[in-house]
Structure formats: structure tokens, C-alpha cells
Design a protein around this ligand. Structure first.
Ligand code: ASP
Length: 316
């Protein structure tokens, strides 16, 4: 059984949205977790950033949020009274000032619309992911998740938040990945597909140089990489999944036929990688054969990219 999570870039463009529909034809995909609509282009803003701007007083963000949802409705052909739904959300925020609730509505509405498009039951995270004392209430969440899956066969869940003491608990930025990992774990998925806009996790950060996507990776290596500059998936994913049998597959919604990167608890990674950690003026470069076997080079903000390019030949 597969649980898939779609990042913001997957619901910003019609081509990606169509690919989601194609993927949903495979009935082995049973759990669908969505982030809020992301950026359509570099100049565009994510719904979550617009909601943050609104909570900081930018009235103009309201119109932009409406525009983004109107586009999603147009691309999917789904009919929802989006203007009045958003009005309710903004009015409630003005009364309660509950910022977590406001920000969580980005994923709520995106997942709701996508559930109609895919014709799969919508189960809000309010009914499924419970926290207590800052930690996942595993038993309650698991029995809920299993209940809804057996009742409906397949479910769509909004990412990025859970419920704690009856209130919305927001995860940190990029936390749709965390929801996807939790739902995969709770449902004992074989594979957690994390759909994004790049073809997996690369040997080197693509902002530094063009390298190859890594075919297979261990959770231990993923932990090291995400603690450094590799932010393709949220750092928490490796912590949640490393002790489980769930395999994490990072793939691009724009090239779904490509294998992407498959991460498992198996300690063998198919390739080495180079990562870095920036702090103030200095940069540490990690040339890694694996999480157990790496060399650190000290560099500077000005030189580190050039040094990484030179070091790359040692990986090949
Ligand atoms: N929408 C949230 C963010 O922009 C969570 C996510 O995308 O995973 O950070």
C-alpha cells in the first residue's frame, strides 16, 4: 500500500494536477496528503506565505489567495463557493486571532478541492492526527487512521497540522512532509511517495552544481543530509520513519516515470554525496561516502561553491 504526499508545486500547475489524477488510477495508492498550493513561477507566492502576510496585516493577500484557489478550481473543474469559504476563514481569524488555524486552512482547502477532483473521501487532519504533550498520540491516531481507511478505502488528508488539546497544532515550514510520514507510519504503508518538483535527492545541492539523483539512500544518510543543506524533504521524516519498514520515495510530479530516490532503513546507499553547513562567515563542506564515513573541509561563503565543484570529481 502506498501513501503519497503532494507538495505545493504539485497543485500550482495544470500539468502536475493531471499527473496526480493519473497516479490515482493505481488503487494501491490509498492515502493522499496535500500541502497548500505552491508557486506557479519564481515570482509567484505560496498560499502559506500569503496567509502569513495576511496575518501580518497585508490586506492585499486576501485577493491573491482567492486568485490561487480560483485557478485550482479552474484546472480541476471542481465547484466550491471559494469566495465565501475564504471569507468565513478570514472572519473567524479576525475574531479568534488563531494564527495556526488560519495557516492550516491553506492545506485544508487544497486537500478538500483535490479530494473532489480525485473523487476520494476527504478526512481532515482534525479527525486523524492527534498530539498530546507535544508528541503524537500514536494509539488514538492509528486507530482513527485505520478506521477511516477501512471505512472509505482511500482517503485525502490535509498536511502541515494536527490537533492537540482541541486546537490546531501547526508543524514547522515544509511540514506537509511530516504529515505524509505520520500517515504512512500509522497505516503501515510499504511506500511513502513524496511528490515534489525535483527528481529526487541529488549528490550535490542543485543550487551549487548539476549532479545525479541518488538512487537509494539509507535513513541514516538522509538524517545527515537533511541536518545539513538538503531540504528536499523535512528533517523530521527520517526521524519518524527510520525505525519502521516504510520506504520513502522522493519523486518529481513533472517526471513521474523517473525512479527518484528510494530511502529505506537498509544501511547501504548507492552513492556518496556532498553537503554543507553555513554559519555566519564560515562554511563546512561534508564529502560523504556514507553517514559513518565522511571528511569535513572548512571553507568560506565566497569559496565554498567552487570548492564543492572541485571536490565533486572525487564522488564520480
Ligand atoms: N504549506 C506549508 C509550507 O509552505 C507546508 C508544506 O508545504 O509542506 O511550509
Amino acid at each position: 500500500m502506498i501513501v503519497c504526499k503532494f507538495g505545493g508545486s504539485c497543485t500550482a500547475l495544470p500539468e502536475a494536477i493531471k499527473n496526480i489524477k493519473e497516479l490515482a488510477r493505481d488503487t494501491d495508492r490509498k492515502g493522499f496528503v496535500f500541502s497548500a498550493i505552491g508557486r506557479e513561477s519564481k515570482e509567484d507566492k505560496k498560499v502559506t506565505d500569503l496567509l502569513i502576510a495576511y496575518s501580518n496585516g497585508a490586506q492585499s493577500a486576501r485577493e491573491k489567495i482567492l486568485e490561487k484557489y480560483k485557478k485550482l478550481l479552474k484546472f480541476t473543474g471542481v465547484r466550491v463557493k471559494i469566495k465565501s469559504r475564504l471569507c468565513e476563514i478570514f472572519n473567524e481569524y479576525l475574531k479568534t486571532k488563531d494564527r495556526s488555524k488560519l495557516l492550516s486552512r491553506g492545506e485544508f482547502l487544497t486537500a478538500y478541492i483535490m479530494s473532489k477532483y480525485l473523487n476520494i473521501k476527504f478526512v481532515p487532519a482534525e479527525k486523524l492526527l492527534f498530539y498530546s504533550g507535544g508528541a503524537l498520540d500514536f494509539d488514538k491516531s492509528r486507530s482513527r487512521a485505520k478506521f477511516y481507511l477501512s471505512k472509505y478505502g482511500r482517503i485525502v488528508v490535509p498536511g502541515f497540522y494536527a490537533i492537540e488539546n482541541g486546537k490546531i497544532k501547526l508543524f514547522s515550514r515544509g511540514g506537509g512532509d511530516v504529515s505524509g510520514a505520520l500517515v504512512s507510519y500509522l497505516l503501515d504503508a510499504e511506500i511513502y511517495e513524496n511528490w515534489t518538483d525535483i527528481e529526487g535527492i541529488f549528490e550535490v545541492n542543485p543550487s551549487v552544481l548539476k549532479s545525479r539523483p541518488i538512487k537509494t539512500l539509507s535513513y541514516n544518510d538522509l538524517k545527515l543530509m537533511t541536518s545539513l543543506d538538503a531540504k528536499v524533504v523535512h528533517e523530521e521524516c527520517a526521524n519518524i520513519l527510520s525505525g519502521t519498514n516504510v520506504k520513502l520515495n522522493v519523486k518529481s510530479i513533472f517526471a513521474p516515470q523517473k525512479e527518484g530516490t528510494l530511502i529505506s532503513k537498509n544501511d547501504k546507499s548507492s552513492s556518496g554525496y556532498i553537503c554543507f553547513a553555513q554559519n555566519d562567515d564560515s562554511v563546512k563542506i561534508y564529502l560523504c561516502k556514507s553517514f559513518k564515513d565522511y571528511i569535513i573541509f572548512n571553507s568560506t561563503k565566497e569559496n565554498f561553491k567552487e570548492e564543492i565543484r572541485n571536490l565533486y570529481s572525487f564522488l564520480k
